[in-house]
Design a protein around this ligand. Sequence first.
Ligand code: BGC
Length: 927
Amino acid sequence: MGKYTLDMKKYAALGRAVSAESSVLLKNDAQALPVKSGETVSVFGRIQFNYYKSGTGSGGMVNTKYVTGILDALKACEDITIDGELLDIYEKWVTEQPFDQGKGWGQEPWSQQEMPLTDEIVEAAAKRSDIAIVIIGRTAGEDQDNKAEKGSYLLSDLEEEMLQKVCRHFKRTAVVLNVGNILDMKWVDKYDPQAVLYVWQGGMEGGNGAVDVLTGRINPSGKLPDTIAGDISDYPSTGNFGDADEVFYAEDIYVGYRYFETFAKDRVLYPFGFGLSYTEFAAGITSFEVGEEKVSLSVEVTNRGGTAGKEVIQIFVSAPQGKLGKPVRSLAAFEKTKLLQPGERELLSFTLLKKDMASYDDGGCTGYKSCYVLEAGKYVIYAGSDVRSAGPAGSFEIDETVVTERLQEALAPVKPFKRLKAVGTADGIDTGSEIARAEEAVPLRTINLTERIKINRPDGVPYKGDRGIRLESVYDRKAAMDDFLSQLSDEDLACMVRGEGMCSPKVTPGTAAAFGGVTESLRKFGIPVGCCADGPSGIRMDCGTHAFSLPNGTAAAATFNTGLIEELFEMLGLELRKNQIDTLLGPGMNIHRNPLNGRNFEYFSEDPLLTGKMAAAQLRGMHRHGATGTIKHFAANNQEFRRSFIDSVISERALREIYLKGFKIAVDEGQAFLVMSTYGSLNGLWTAGNYDLLTTVLRQEWGFDGLVMTDWWAKINDEGGDGRLDNTAAMIRGQNDVYMVVSDSLTNSGRDNTLEGLERSMVTRGELQRAAGNICRALMKLPVMDRYLGRLSEEETADIWQTEPEEKSTSGLSCIPVGDQLVIDVSNVNTDRGSDAMFGLELTEHCIYTLNFKIRAISSELAQLPMSIFINQHLIKIVTINGSANGEWIDSSLEIGPYRSKCAYLRLFFGQSGMELGELKITCKRE
Ligand code: BGC
């Protein structure tokens, strides 16, 4: 056994446990759930055959050995019977209506067509069964937001009909939602099913987790990480979501429950933090103490019911409205109990720092501009099992406004707009007086950014040529970083800030990027090549290598169990080590600003504290084995539509209190040292070169000394200029260290302007060295450093990734002589996600064979479409293309051999739907 041996049983059990703990029971009239031993279940909904383990896009491309869906898991329950007649009807229908993958990247439909049901079918099923389980599924993802339309955020007509009929004929109906994101829930009132359970997208073990809860093996303890309101129009961001060029965050800090609890309580169907159990808990405050700097309280939780279960206690703070205006509740802490047996109690203790209750004054209305302040007045602490039912636990007074942190203005918007503001009396919440909804002009930028950047432009160290210092010496503290960097030429430095991918042959096959020592010259200085792979819920390897698919971000957050998430991610840390991958591209930690964001499934919650704590737990888990994560997308990447074009216009206060806060927690508590910026622009500057974001806030304020990479093919601009793919000079100035990705760093295949920028003083050598230093420091913290230096112990290398040839059946494959040239008929090749095309070839001539092919994808420019080429079981190359609107054909070729084989098979594997193969020929080139 090596150090990174993966105990797959343990991994699966943890994935399953997280999926079960994430399930949120919203309704359970007359104890409709759990399904009892000996009962017969009728399962409705076609998604019973097509469980969504995740959403779509880069975060959904984990190749798994299996996926256990809800039906599979139900079938495995020996003590319950599945209504076979109904199942037959569905099976037949689904064979005729196979799963529709859509036309490729970002094109998979949000939902699959539902089977029409007649009253007779349902009535007959009701007679045979004790309970109906109706499964409804949804997907969305990169480049595809949800829409407030039927079949996406709303139920489709056929789904409504299904619910209506099932609820009419069955006495017990449980609706199970296999979704990445909350849905419109008006149908609950309309059809009145007895039970409703969100099971999210739980990864490859998701079905098992869901069924553990459905059958009562596990008592549900998941809580809503987002508020479910009556209608999509109730969310304060909806009016400003989905715009094509600029998105004004007019709701400001009032995101999710912060808005609803303050201004629109009556619009909430299910509050933040809500989730039922099969048992009942009582919670009582047993102590509340106020100190100089902190507040301590304990809550005793008792299981009053007859079933063992876990409960979550959430602590909220209500700060006085003061001059700034405040949300009436902000999550300050949470804790989950252990499994409490009936009658058992547990005391949960919380310590809250007063400084964490402070608000940021971006305009100076308190007299303290750019400071975090505790305004004078009464601070009330609430405790409970969701935001609405949490009751007062105690309070303290602040006599005079206190400054808790003095910062400098950063990231303030330049475009004027109005934001929402709460106005009320100092003790408004406690005395029950109304909070009024007001509007105010957002404070705009007052600093001169160009001047700020100028002050912090290091000159760097002069170029001294190769002095024999290798990175190893810096690693071993025998040489200083500056001396090391002085040896790198401008050309070397320019190469270093280019990450290579996708699917670089320099790192683990099928992964997203290689970075660091991407050229021969850099490697001569002992700079290793780091490897990163998507993320965030399992490892994506586009050549088809299998990996474990974990419950998605929203599911993780719904557990409210950081300890369990840390344990699961420890397994992922091992898996990364085993595959020689240094960092996962995740956790994804953007705020669920609006339910329609397509990538919400990858992210955690509408609340920044829950988001930050979950990300920190995932990082800590991976760190246990020396691997890490890249927190993304920094920051405010809250919509997919035109994500690389839009400018998000956000107040400095909302940024600091909502959109950056989770990232800060991940840096402070999770020791994140890798960050990915976004595709979009934030207050006029594309984040991939946004100095205030990446230098002033991230590095200077938070003390981050790691590496920042761009998102894949991101744009960068100079102030006032347009976003461009090649503007690495601005990127480096902002302290985004690596541009992701180019196909060849040495030849500057992305035609970036780094060297031109040096010549024209748009960037200094010092700035470039600073980026190189950030990259080197990060590499030295990653497993690749010891790997490169051959310092891993035998135990550590024992499990390290080796090509695990996937056995493919070649039976029935005849081998066609290639001769001088063979044109292969590709008209019938299926290029859908996960498909293989196999051809038998006689390669018996004395020659080097060249494979020529034409491929294209009519899709978005940010689409990622990989095709892996294998000869027998050997991976020869992975070609990844982006999409284009006009669908120009891309000619590509590669040499195989010299190779002689009576019968070799050529296998093409398509990791994502949407690629077209136009031509494929193999030619013999005699020497
Ligand atoms: C996504 C990132 C991802 C990267 C690499 C981008 O399209 O936005 O989240 O990590 O691709 O696949």
